[in-house]
Design a protein around this ligand. Structure first.
Ligand code: F6P
Length: 343
């Protein structure tokens, strides 16, 4: 079979491991051939391809980013886009498309399969770890490790200057990155989009810490956190998402804490640093397993489904299960993390 592979949405450490895994497993086990579609669904619509073979994927396992490029192109936001995507699959001679992406990219895959029975298979990709249908996405733990390493550094400079450091992390509308970065770095307060916390409540936590004789603190805030007194309009992308980083929630919180508590405060936005660079061994391994699974699913004709991690097992689930609703942090899990807030 001739298989197209694309990577869509924000990049993520481990994408190249998936590409390599699928190409090597598909070529060696089943005699599949592969072609890369450049920059997500854009490459399919514009028929921009690159050759993909075992040779061209040597040495990419530990590379960050994606050798295919990525974009947030949505065929369903363009006139005739979905039909053009299906026509391109036929005209490029593709028997299957492996779409590696998050809820947006996989949402398109799910619709193309539902509307046209397009032969698509999904692989879950997101540093946000917010996809249903899988326990973890590759790239998440690399992103958390980068965050923790940064916070460890910020702890020492905060201590030297008796400051509060507010660290804004990515994650969109799910607080997994903030929760795990905060938990693993021993942050003094963590704010996530799923559980509302006012500036006064954050200050109460910090006051308790100060009363216990501590002169510095680290607060982790997820970019998707909302405060009633902080409203910023931003542009929407093709999938209708706001650019959360432009809202500057970390800066807002730092300024508010400083004003309320008369405590020197700085904001740091980790942003895209958390997405770049070499993947951890875990994410290389999970990405490789996901790629092998995707090649197998093509061989077995499991279209309209997504590779998935359930416990220790790689398996597959319907795409509709993955894109139906966001996997957010359960309040009880956040409650357990709160034990470590403040003093
Ligand atoms: O979905 C991954 C993600 O990194 C989010 O955490 C973040 O909000 C968004 O992508 C940033 O997107 P962009 O790379 O387009 O700025």
């Amino acid at each position: 079979m001739n298989i197209g592979i694309l990577t869509g949405g924000g990049d993520c450490p481990g994408l190249n491991a998936v590409i390599r895994g699928a190409v090597h497993a598909g070529s060696r086990r089943y005699g599949h051939t592969f072609v890369g579609l450049r920059r997500g669904w854009k490459g399919l619509l514009e028929r921009e391809t690159i050759p993909l073979s075992q040779e061209s994927t040597y040495g990419i396992l530990g590379q960050g980013g994606t050798i295919l490029g990525s974009s947030r192109t949505n065929p369903y936001s363009r006139d005739g886009g979905p039909q053009a995507a299906v026509d391109a699959i036929r005209d490029l001679g593709l028997d299957a498309v492996i779409a590696i992406g998050g809820e947006d990219t996989l949402g398109v895959a799910n619709k193309l399969h539902g509307d046209f029975q397009a032969p698509v298979i999904g692989v879950p990709k997101t540093i946000d770890n917010d996809l249903s249908g899988t326990d973890y996405s590759f790239g998440f733990w690399t992103c958390v490790q980068i965050g923790v390493a940064a916070i460890d550094r910020l702890q020492t400079t905060a201590a030297s200057h008796d400051r509060v450091l507010v660290v804004e992390v990515m994650g969109r509308h799910a607080g997994w990155i903030a929760l795990e970065c905060g938990r693993a770095s021993g942050a003094d307060c963590v704010l996530i989009p799923e559980v509302a916390m006012s500036v006064d409540e954050v200050c109460a936590v910090l006051k308790a810490r100060r009363s216990a004789g501590q002169h510095h603190a680290v607060v982790v805030v997820s970019e998707g956190v909302e405060f009633t007194s902080h409203k910023v309009e931003t542009e929407l992308d093709e999938f209708g998402h706001v650019q959360l980083a432009e809202r500057g929630v970390g800066e807002f919180l730092a300024t508010s804490i400083e004003q309320t508590m008369d405590w020197d405060c700085r904001a740091v936005v980790l942003g895209h640093v958390q997405r770049g660079g070499t993947p951890l061994a875990y994410d290389r391994s999970l990405g490789t397993r996901m790629g092998v699974q995707a090649a197998k699913m093509v061989q077995e004709g499991k279209f309209g489904r997504m590779a998935s991690l359930r416990g220790e097992q790689v398996t597959d689930v319907p795409l509709s299960e993955a894109v139906g609703r966001l996997r957010t942090v359960p309040p009880a899990e956040y409650e357990d993390a709160r034990v470590f807030f403040g003093a």
